[in-house]
Design a protein around this ligand. Structure first.
Ligand SMILES: Cc1cc2nc3c(=O)[nH]c(=O)nc-3n(C[C@H](O)[C@H](O)[C@H](O)COP(=O)(O)OP(=O)(O)OC[C@H]3O[C@@H](n4cnc5c(N)ncnc54)[C@H](O)[C@@H]3O)c2cc1C
Ligand code: SF4
Ligand code: SF4
Length: 432
């Protein structure tokens, strides 16, 4: 949203529709463009755990089901290079590199703010090692790992192993290149590389730039082969994650960050542990919590079912620190409140249930609408009329108002729509 003026019953709102460089009336969503696009980009929807092409659909079930070009990553639009492959392969002729942003002027009687939330960045908690320990992930990243349409097709491959596979692919490419160069030199001089390396190392190699370069290349090849060997050994012992630890209240109920409870994370951890167990019955989960807030009809029963049927252990205690052992397994240190002892336990993967924090654009949106935010940065509402912001005709629903789960967000959205209709419908009748 760019601009707003007017008042309840007669707002004028300017909304920017960003160029997608694909005509949505022509695109059939077939995906031929993405198949041929040569540019790989880190996939934000998959929490950075996979890649996508520069022409892409933000997520598989997006509506409308049409493609968009990521202009900054695209060779033709953002990199000043020649490409045009997507336009060539698109049979519907939907790709339009000249498309521009458009400003849409709306005349509306009421407005509903539904801009949701952002997940808390756990790297500001150094003791949990999120940015140091590869096998510590956020709950959102874990959702993508669990998803059949995610980067691992639902298999619980650990990020350390995903990184290893990527490293091996790059090392194998480099290996092929070095091997080719070294074989060409062996053919040219009619000698094996071992002779040249031995002479180079003993200081008896003639003073010749070509021979020196050959010796260095052959040494690089040998050390790359040793690295590939060690990576292959690591890969052979790698297994999927089966022993999971969920850490609750990461950035929530913590006066250093957010004093409030994020309300949905206890239940999404139980859900994620249940789904992981459905995928692989060998999965065991431990949920570390101060208390598990199963607030809602049937939630307590769901939690207990997780304990009985899905190998979930509920451990009361706030985790103090996460370290890492030599096999890149995370080690969780906590106080067992039953035994009154500080203990540690090793897991395959740790999942951080991060707090729900205000969306990054909330403050700017509040300034544009001239509505108030609460002390935590969410849109402030009237305690007796919980969808009303401080400005008549501007309503708020879902996590823009504060942490809540999907059913509550949907119920609020319906209520907000009804409140907006109360304003708009009488005006329509008067016009009609
Ligand atoms: C890991 C995880 C798992 C969860 N699992 C569950 C679950 O199983 N069940 C459940 O009930 N709840 C679950 N939740 C909670 C659920 O995500 C929220 O309840 C729900 O997303 C809230 O919906 P919303 O529409 O209010 O906000 P959002 O889903 O955040 O949607 C807001 C939308 O507004 C867009 N937006 C933001 N700012 C602007 C702007 N300025 N202009 C235009 N658009 C904007 C955003 O891009 C976003 O698409 C989970 C949460 C997490 C973190
Ligand atoms: S023009 Fe851009 S989006 Fe299209 S194929 Fe080339 S890099 Fe990909
Ligand atoms: S819902 Fe559970 S995990 Fe989330 S902040 Fe509240 S108590 Fe902590």
């Amino acid at each position: 949203m760019e601009q707003v003026s007017g008042e309840v019953g007669a707002f004028q709102v300017a909304v920017r529709k960003k160029a997608r460089y694909v005509n949505e009336n022509l695109c059939t969503g077939c995906g031929a463009c993405a198949e041929k696009c040569p540019t790989m980009v880190v996939d934000v929807f998959n929490a950075g755990l996979g890649n996508r092409k520069a022409i892409y659909k933000y997520f598989p079930q997006g509506i409308p089901s049409v493609f968009t070009i990521d202009a900054a990553a695209c060779r033709q639009l953002g990199q000043g290079k020649k490409c045009g492959v997507c336009a060539k392969v698109c049979q519907a002729k939907a790709v339009d590199y000249d498309q521009k942003d458009t400003l849409i002027q709306l005349e509306v009687g009421a407005v509903v703010i539904a801009t949701g939330y952002e997940v808390f960045d756990p790297s500001v908690i150094p003791e949990y090692g999120y940015d140091r320990i590869p096998n510590v992930v956020t709950a959102l990243e874990f959702e993508r790992l669990l998803s059949a349409s995610g980067p691992t097709a639902g298999h619980l491959d650990r990020p350390s192993e995903l990184a290893l596979v990527k490293e091996m692919e790059e090392a194998e490419k480099e290996h092929k290149k070095l091997q080719r160069q070294v074989s060409q030199l062996e053919e040219k001089h009619g000698k094996p590389s071992s002779e040249i390396v031995a002479a180079f190392q003993s200081g008896t190699l003639p003073d010749d730039a070509d021979l020196r370069n050959w010796a260095l290349l052959a040494q690089d090849l040998a050390s790359l082969e040793a690295r590939l060997d060690s990576m292959n050994r690591r890969k052979a012992t790698a297994s999927v994650a089966r022993k999971l630890a969920f850490i609750q209240c990461v950035g929530s109920r913590d006066f250093r960050f957010n004093p409030f409870c994020s309300s949905y994370c206890c239940m999404h951890s139980v859900k994620e542990a249940m789904i992981a167990h459905e995928h692989d019955n060998g999965v065991h989960s431990s949920i570390f919590c101060m208390d598990l807030r199963a607030v809602g009809r049937g939630f307590e029963e769901y939690k207990l079912r997780g304990g009985k049927q899905a190998n979930i252990r509920y451990i009361r205690g706030r985790v103090a620190e996460i370290t890492q052992d030599e096999a890149l397994n995370p080690v969780v240190w906590y106080e067992s409140t039953q035994n009154r002892q500080v203990v540690h336990e090793t897991f395959d993967l740790v999942i951080l249930a991060t707090a729900c924090v205000p969306s990054p654009g909330a403050a700017e949106l509040a300034r544009q609408f001239q509505v108030e935010l609460d002390r935590n940065g969410f849109f402030k509402t009237d305690p007796l009329a919980p969808l009303n912001t401080s400005r008549p005709g501007v309503f708020v629903c879902g996590c823009a108002q504060g942490p809540m789960d999907i059913p509550e967000s949907v119920a609020q959205a319906s209520s907000a729509a009804a409140r907006a209709a109360e304003i708009v419908a009488p005006a329509r009748q008067a016009v009609g």
